[in-house]
Design a protein around this ligand. Sequence first.
Ligand code: CA
Length: 577
Amino acid sequence: MLLSASLALAQSTDWTNYGLTPEETRYSPLAQINDKNAGQLKLAWSYDIGKGGGTQEATPLVWNKTLFSITNWSIVYALDAATGKEKWRWDPEVNQDTVRSKVCCGVANRGMVVYQGLIIAPIIDGRLVALDAETGKPKWEARVSWPQDNYTVTMAPRIAKNKVIIGVAGAEFPTRGYFDAYDAKTGERSWRFYTVPGDPSKPFENPALKEAAKTWAGDFWKLQGGGSVWDGMAYDPEADLLYVGTGNGGPWPEELRKSKGLANLYLCSVVAVKPDTGELKWYFQMVPGDSWDFDSVQQLLLADLTIKGQKRKVLMQANKNGFFYVLDRLSGQFISGKPFAKVTWAAGLDEKSGKPFVNKEAYYGDQLIEISPSTGGAHNWPPMSFNPSTGLVYIPGAIGSSSTFAIDRDFVYKPGENNRGIRRGAPTTPGGPGANLPAVLPPPPAIGPEIGPDTPRNVLVAWDPVNQVERWRRTGGGAVGGGTLTTAGNLVFQVIPDGHLVAYTADKGEKVLDIDTGLRGGMGPPMTFQLDGKQYISLAGGTGVVVGPAYPPNTPLPAPTANTVFPKLLTYVLEAR
Ligand code: CA
């Protein structure tokens, strides 16, 4: 009895999973730091992450008085959580020169998981490595994907029933999306779930893919299809269901996938599978026949809500496509969905099925048209959080974004390269890439929040998921960067891409903290832990010298300038009282 009580206590003060709990609420019961004293937070210690340039997207983990995190180039480090003193550091020695050109969407790593004394780390070049948490020595290594096949691994692995679950990124390149389960003790692969069907002349890997193949046409499989799995997952231990979000189609326009009017399962969906076998139990497709890069991989958040007097076990998602979805997570049944951002691609969702009423103009052709949200999305990878006391979900969002689209009629499939299949452009910029394109068509009618010329676009939205309405909104954050954390101290913490750490009261959104961390850009989400009676807030951020995918191999990196801010891991604590 005593033992289990102390175990529960230890768990509540640590942070061992990406989203804190299998339900991925990012709600901490810690309340030493609260709405009355948060303004007194001061830096406890900082750690120089190293020179790898780019965004720091990882959520640090804390277990056994040690803080573990990982850099954008997948270097793992372990620090004394009270002092920041390095315990060990492990470099997977990724061949950055060759891998860089295979990274479709940024050199990133969103984090790791702790499991029975192991630190399980995804490596951008396709490896999954388990390290001894005490020593940092590798215990096993698995191969999830190969960079030669245009895949990268950027998401945090999750644990479901002693299995490590991980997916692959890369759907802007020719890839066939999948996610895998590995035995957490040995690294042996248990199963793989492809999100889109393969060559129909060969046996389908499972009955779900046979069904999915009916929603594709022609020789689609030669273009690989897309449907990458690069962020959102959650696990309901009671229902024993694992939930996984799937990405966009490749190429982007459904017409180039020869799929006009077809759903293209299981793109832009949430799939629920049994963790023992990878068997599909249900799916819900947010965007049938996606043509707008509306990955549905954003965070999946599980909670029990009372809706219309009934207790419902729900799964929630603030989708890139601008709608906030509430689904029954046992059946996959649609409960509700409303726009939390400006939406022009669809006029709304069917109340029964949740299927979108896609505006016909949104199916773009030769003429450029502006569609909201943008391909960056109304919400992207930065975590939202759910506070059971306020009943609110805190979404880092872009509520007025848009992108222009036109089909690239000259599209030819390029193996191993970007295959978006669209022409972009900014027609309002003279001489810009869109300058020679036909005039832009008027955008379809908008739904969602009223966006005036002075409305801040990058915001924190406090969303009531039961009534599907916004309760309050604050400036700052945005769809990329701006991750959140909420606590029992009636607080919402948020990082701002300009390097600030802010906190609001969770109920009313009153600002109680604003720290300039000194970092610039590339802010990872905040997390919290308690050690020796003190509560801490930690985050990683900063960019260093950034070079893009097109950076020539075997060329020395540009030298840092006087203004270069290198990445750091920062930890804050209440000032001594
Ligand atoms: Ca995408």
